[in-house]
Design a protein around this ligand. Sequence first.
Ligand SMILES: [Zn+2]
Ligand SMILES: [Zn+2]
Length: 140
Amino acid sequence: MSNSNSAAFDTWIKALSRKEVKKGTVLINREGTAKKSPKCPNCGSWIQHWETLSENGAPSAGNCAVVDCNGKTEDGKPAEIVGCHVMIKDDTDKKVYIAPLCTCCNNKADGTELVLSRDVTLVRANVQETCGKLAHEEDA
Ligand SMILES: [Zn+2]
Ligand SMILES: [Zn+2]
């Protein structure tokens, strides 16, 4: 077994999992999907799933990418960024993705439209097609 091959395979799986979307893209909150699986069974949480597949670091609290969101909780503290289940409104593929958004955007009702204030990397939520295929070299 070759470590460099499995690393290349992981890089390829991560690339297939990602979708870059532009500022102004309309996402649709899919909290109904999230309720069925509150955490990624492989990554431990949905924001960890996003960090693993996007290869981005943990987003800082309060730094939400939704227009008109101030990124604050009701008591004025920076809101934690979590992995939010979304679909892309104008996308024909109808796939569910994870977006790094704040807890208050994540908790909006299923079907709520969320407009992005900047370019964002989404990752697919389907664990069989994404993190479920990674080599998990740390276990070796
Ligand atoms: Zn995962
Ligand atoms: Zn927000």
